[in-house]
Design a protein around this ligand. Structure first.
Ligand SMILES: Nc1nc2c(ncn2[C@@H]2O[C@H](COP(=O)(O)OP(=O)(O)OP(=O)(O)O)[C@@H](O)[C@H]2O)c(=O)[nH]1
Ligand SMILES: [Mg+2]
Length: 324
């Protein structure tokens, strides 16, 4: 597989779905280090992922995240003629089988044949707060190939945080008068989403009352919001095609990219913690303090992307030497 990366990537850049899926399947394998190393080395030779935008769409089950994304795809093809977008939908794992329980794909029709759109579904793993351990690498890969990478997840507590870590822009999707505002406040994650979407605003009166309810909740909490400014609230209806164009225009005009260096470091830390617990995290922190890993943070962005795998290797060696 590794010796074919270059030719597979040629097709992937053209939006060939089979080849993109082949690469993702390799990334999702357990023992994927060598493949990833070669893959990101090759990707970095060809370009950067720093211009791509990753967008998180989180919300309670049934809020209409998939429907919205389906609608966004259609408008995207018209509104952004030279751009490409991918969607990664993360399904909650079934407690029983560990498999995926959502029938998402039957409900939402995407313009699948178009090479500018790519869709992928990933089963989540509950112990990691809903995100598959390989989600980060999949998103990282897709950001090289696509201009916009959407991540759909069900919001059940910690999920929002995991998703926001790999999103440049994160939305919380709600239903009108769902009482989510209160739940949301209770879970103490008020500062996480960058913007809100109230979907199913099929009727104007319902839309407006929900809008005002959310707005007053946010106004009340304004002082603790990151910039102390109110995040935007979008009112949408997929059924009546209301507000979805404005939503996509907002996304297309959004240029603030998060620091990919910081993102990589946080993801590595998260991974080390899940594999080796606090002990592993401590070793990682100690070796960084000693300057061993400092060069990681000093590299420029292009080299940076490549060096997640370098850093991972270094961290593992460090940990293994402590195990001896
Ligand atoms: N009335 C109305 N129904 C909608 C709207 N958007 C979605 N729905 C319906 O809401 C239901 C759930 O929609 P989905 O798009 O599957 O919601 P989801 O948030 O992706 O759900 P999960 O992936 O299961 O968490 C479906 O029956 C949709 O047809 C809308 O704007 N108005
Ligand atoms: Mg869905």
């Amino acid at each position: 597989m590794i010796d074919q990366i270059s030719s597979i990537l040629n097709d992937a850049y053209l939006g060939e779905k089979y080849q993109i899926a082949t690469i993702i399947s390799e990334i999702e394998r357990n023992d994927n280090y060598n493949f990833r190393f070669a893959l990101f080395e090759e990707l970095n030779k060809r370009g950067t992922d720093s211009t791509a935008l990753s967008i998180g769409m989180t919300g309670t089950p049934g809020a209409g995240k998939s429907s919205l994304l389906g609608e966004i795809c259609k408008i995207f093809l018209e509104l952004a003629p030279n751009k490409k977008m991918a969607i990664v939908a993360i399904d909650p794992s079934s407690n029983i089988s560990g498999g995926s329980i959502l029938g998402d794909r039957t409900r939402v029709t995407l313009p699948r044949r178009d090479n500018r759109i790519f869709f992928r579904s990933q089963p989540s793993q509950l112990e990691l707060g809903g995100l598959n351990p390989y989600t980060y690498h999949v998103i990282r890969f897709l950001r090289y190939i696509f201009d916009y990478v959407f991540i759909e997840t069900v919001g059940i507590g910690q999920n929002e945080i995991s998703v926001s870590l790999i999103s440049d822009l994160s939305f919380l999707v709600m239903q009108p008068l769902g009482g989510h505002q209160v739940q949301f406040m209770k879970s103490g994650i008020m500062e996480v989403p960058d913007a809100f979407i109230i979907n199913k605003c099929d009727e104007e009166s319902l839309a407006n009352s929900s809008f005002h309810m959310l707005e007053s909740t946010l106004t009340f909490l304004k002082d603790i919001l990151p910039d102390q400014t109110l995040p935007p609230i979008f009112k949408t209806s997929v059924v009546k095609h209301i507000g979805t164009k404005e939503l996509l225009e907002y996304i297309l005009a959004f240029h603030k990219k998060k620091d990919r260096t910081l993102e990589a470091r946080l993801q590595l830390e998260k991974w080390i913690e899940s594999e080796y617990g606090n002990w592993g995290k401590r070793i990682l922190a100690e070796s960084r303090m000693r300057g061993k890993l400092a060069r990681y943070t000093q590299k420029n962005e292009l080299e940076m992307n490549l060096s997640y795998e370098f850093l991972e290797k270094e961290a593992l060696e460090k940990i293994k030497s402590h195990l001896k």
